[in-house]
Write a protein that binds this ligand. Structure first.
Ligand code: NOJ
Length: 590
């Protein structure tokens, strides 16, 4: 199957020659030449996630757009961004805010035009920033022409491009699977007299990857965007693309008698064959990077997913963000966790990533997750100090850091009082599910306040003018009321703000190569208050210590003896002592 264009092949050839010349300079920790993604430019880059709908509205319709992003590229440059992951901006009816794609080859008019996209790619490129597209390939929108054709009958060219199954003899759904957003994962279609499968909403029918024509069509789409000059792809919900050979009921996991689809289809055997094919036909010989959204892949499985023998450069693994959530479908069942567990997430992933010759994407937030200050820090205490402490973790951990828009301004969760205040369909469904499971309204809202995806999606706060400078119109989602204090313009002027600290850390990361390229060692794995680790590279050692509590804590000052303090989030530099939520970076060596 040949989907790469001549341009791509030429890039591949030139890169191959450059890589030979650079041999020895771009080795993975395992020592193998990393063969697929150019010179690995993305390994030392900072990546920044933009929720397009909420970033910056240039035309006053209340919805963010591509020209808005282009107008803010200098903000991203200041943060050291080398890659911008855009959430889907293709034509979409927006049942799931763009994760339901009707046309992969065009930009949704609400976000602009293809000319706007080309200008964004160009202007970002002029600043050494590459655009990363979100490929939503597990499913399309019901309004995609592929699905329209597929559902029009059992005898058409695309009749098996989706997962169609007959009803059970009693007419009910083929299996008892619950979709990730709640309710049955099957939707009945009158015309075909069959059910189609949807891992997420009924408006998001799953594609049938078993059909080679489907895989080819998806590879063509990726090739189209590579030709436009993008620098990478994030592969959405990619662990769900392979379905089991036989569709069978699962063991019910709640009182609705259903079994969550995640347990039934995530990471099904054979999935890697599809993804190896994708890598060979789309990525090989180009300089793009890939990062898979890999819920269901455990650290021990990483060797099959990343690196030389894997299928992606990096995968987003979910262990950390689910640390307090034993069952993703039930937001009311939170569990207490210890800092040592939090740390072991990093140690395990880094060890397994290095062993696989792959790379680790560091993320504490994304557009589906709560704000990290509320997620990972205890409830009391100064939010600015917490935001800075987490910034140190994000920008000094081994791997490519992914900053979620607003994280650099120290955003916290929204706490809207009523479920009707929320926009996100999954949040509403989680709330209803909690009530059906017998939780009280108060308990259900508590779950919403902790996990609602809207918290990561409120409009970006640019200044203290009306609507935080996000739009001159009516914002599609309310601006967070604290915008007069927490906004880009005020924080830029304040040397003690979270934003100023991000900019400082981005500079340190650039200047001190051990912070981006160094090895990683957790030096106090059992301590339940301090996260302490070292990063070593080229004779330099950085020692990083972060206090995860709201109290003053002590550590052995010998750990930083003869070292220079590169930064101290509390501005104190007292070796051996950390004030509440203080983070420090020391450097020693030649
Ligand atoms: C994961 C995306 O991050 C999320 O926002 C979306 O709702 C689902 N996949 C479905 O595409």
């Amino acid at each position: 199957m040949a989907v790469k264009s001549i341009k791509q092949r030429m890039i591949g050839f030139i890169l191959g020659v450059c890589m030979l010349m650079l041999e020895g300079c771009s080795k993975t920790p395992g020592g193998d030449q990393y063969p697929y993604s150019g010179n690995g430019w993305w390994k030392s880059a900072v990546a920044y996630e933009i929720y397009v709908k909420s970033f910056c509205d240039s035309d006053g319709d209340g919805v963010g757009d591509l020209n808005g992003i282009t107008s803010k590229l200098d903000h991203l440059k200041e943060l050291g961004a080398g890659a911008i992951w855009l959430t889907p901006c293709y034509v979409s009816p927006q049942a799931d805010n763009g994760y339901d794609i009707a046309d992969y080859y065009n930009i949704d008019p609400a976000y602009g035009t293809m000319d706007d996209m080309e200008r964004l790619i160009k202007e970002a490129g002029d600043r050494d920033i590459r655009i990363v597209m979100d490929l939503v390939f597990n499913h399309t929108s019901v309004e995609n022409e592929w699905f329209r054709e597929s559902r029009s009958g059992k005898d058409n060219d695309k009749s098996d491009w989706y997962i169609w199954e007959d009803p059970k003899p009693d007419g009910s759904a083929p299996t008892n699977w619950r979709s990730i957003f709640g309710g049955s994962a099957w939707e009945y279609d009158e015309t075909r007299g069959q059910y189609y499968l949807h891992t997420f909403l009924p408006e998001q029918p799953d594609l049938n990857w078993a059909n080679p024509e489907v895989r080819k069509a998806l590879q063509d789409i990726a090739g189209f965007w590579i030709d436009k000059g993008v620098g990478g792809f994030r592969l959405d919900a990619i662990t769900y693309i392979k379905k089991p050979e036989v569709f069978e009921d699962g063991k019910p996991d709640a009182s609705d008698g259903m079994a969550g689809i995640h347990a039934m289809t995530a990471n099904t055997e054979g999935i890697l064959d599809y993804l190896h094919e994708f890598k060979a036909n789309v990525q090989e010989g180009t300089d793009i990077f890939t990062v898979g959204e890999a819920n269901g892949v455990s650290p021990s499985d990483l060797k099959n997913w990343i690196g030389k023998d894997g299928v992606f450069d990096m995968v987003f693994e979910f262990g950390l963000v689910n640390i307090d959530l034993p069952d993703e479908s039930n937001w009311c069942r939170r569990r207490e966790w210890k800092l040592s567990e939090f740390k072991s997430f990093f140690s395990e992933n880094l060890e397994d990533s290095d062993e696989a010759g792959g790379w680790f994407p560091v993320f504490l937030e994304n557009h589906d997750q709560p704000r990290s200050i509320d997620h990972f820090m205890p409830g009391d205490g100064d939010r600015i100090a917490k935001g800075k402490a987490l910034a140190v973790l994000l920008l000094t951990m081994r791997g490519t850091p992914f900053i979620m828009q607003g994280e650099e301004l120290g955003y916290v969760n929204v706490d809207w009082p009523d479920i009707d205040d929320y926009n996100d369909i999954s949040t509403k469904n989680h709330y209803s599910f909690a009530l059906e499971e017998g939780y009280t309204e108060e308990e259900a809202m508590d779950g919403v306040h902790h996990f609602a995806r809207d918290s990561a999606r409120t409009p970006m706060q640019w200044d203290d003018s009306a609507n935080a400078g996000f739009t001159t119109g009516d914002p599609w989602l309310p601006v967070y009321p604290d915008y007069q204090i927490f906004n880009r313009s005020s924080e830029k002027k304040d040397p003690d703000s979270v934003l100023s600290y991000y900019i400082r850390l981005a500079g340190l990361r650039r200047e001190h190569s051990e912070l981006s390229e160094g090895s990683y060692e957790d030096i106090m794995p059992d301590d339940e208050c301090i996260f302490a680790y070292t990063r070593e590279h080229s004779g330099k050692k950085a020692t990083i210590l972060i206090n995860f509590t709201g109290s003053e804590v002590r550590y052995d000052a010998d750990l930083v003896k003869d070292a220079v303090c590169l930064t101290d989030s509390a501005g104190e530099d007292r070796p051996g002592v950390l004030s509440p939520f203080e983070a420090v970076i020391y450097e020693s060596g030649e």
